[in-house]
Write a protein that binds this ligand. Structure first.
Ligand code: ZN
Ligand code: ZN
Length: 217
């Protein structure tokens, strides 16, 4: 499985950084995009520099309905794409999406998206959010947007798919760092408040997140 960060608060090389998150997952010749960042023009330029076209994206999964995760949709929507959103998305957004994609799937509970990629289902009492759970060589890799429900809650939900080997994405204010002990990959991105502490505490497992970063697991 190959993960390519397309949009992040930090960037590498000639890619642009901006507040937001987007990550492309490639598995068995299939491509799923998780979140779209905040700006369609920045996402489009980063994709162009990485040689990615919107038509190759078969599935888009949106973690939650915040602008820094759905703002780039115009750069990636196309008539053949299937889009997964938490069932709690507003009617207005769901209507808009339905007109422009092949199929809109509304997620409540845990489900499979493409082979090797699952969703936790929507979690959280306030801001509802879905996270992805990826079957990798190190076990299940949890991929979060902002982790508003709490990374601990998300990790608990992800365990129905298997033992967790890694976490990646925006971890927000998550500070129960001891829960990350023993993980083989820890990739704090986007809105993670305690990024520096995490990088210092897990020098072997931690990987610096940035647009342009590619992780093969
Ligand atoms: Zn958010
Ligand atoms: Zn965010």
């Amino acid at each position: 499985m190959r993960l390519k960060v397309l949009y992040d608060n930090e960037a590498r090389g000639d890619l642009e950084s901006d507040w937001g998150f987007s990550c492309l997952i490639e598995e068995g010749g299939r491509k799923l995009l998780f979140d779209t960042g905040a700006s369609d023009s920045i996402l489009a330029r980063n994709m162009e520099k990485l040689g990615i076209t919107r038509e190759e994206i078969e599935v888009i999964a949106l973690s939650h309905e915040h602008w820094d995760h759905i703002g780039g949709l115009n750069a990636v929507l196309h008539p053949e794409v299937v889009v997964y959103v938490p069932a709690s998305f507003t009617v207005a957004t769901r209507k808009k999406l339905k007109r422009r994609v092949a199929e809109l799937k509304e997620v409540s509970g845990p489900a499979d998206m493409i082979p090797g990629v699952h969703t936790t289902g929507e979690l959280g009492a306030g801001i509802k959010e879905q996270s992805l759970v990826l079957d990798t060589q190190i076990g299940e890799m949890v991929l979060t947007g902002c982790a508003h429900p709490g990374l601990d809650v998300i990790m608990d939900a992800a365990r129905i798919f298997g033992d967790i080997g890694g976490v990646m994405g925006g971890f927000h204010g998550f500070d129960r760092l001891e829960l990350l002990n023993g993980l083989k990959k820890i990739i704090p991105c986007h809105c993670t408040v305690h990024k520096t502490r995490i990088m210092e505490r897990y020098p072997e497992a931690a990987v610096k997140c940035a647009a342009g970063e590619e992780i093969v697991i």
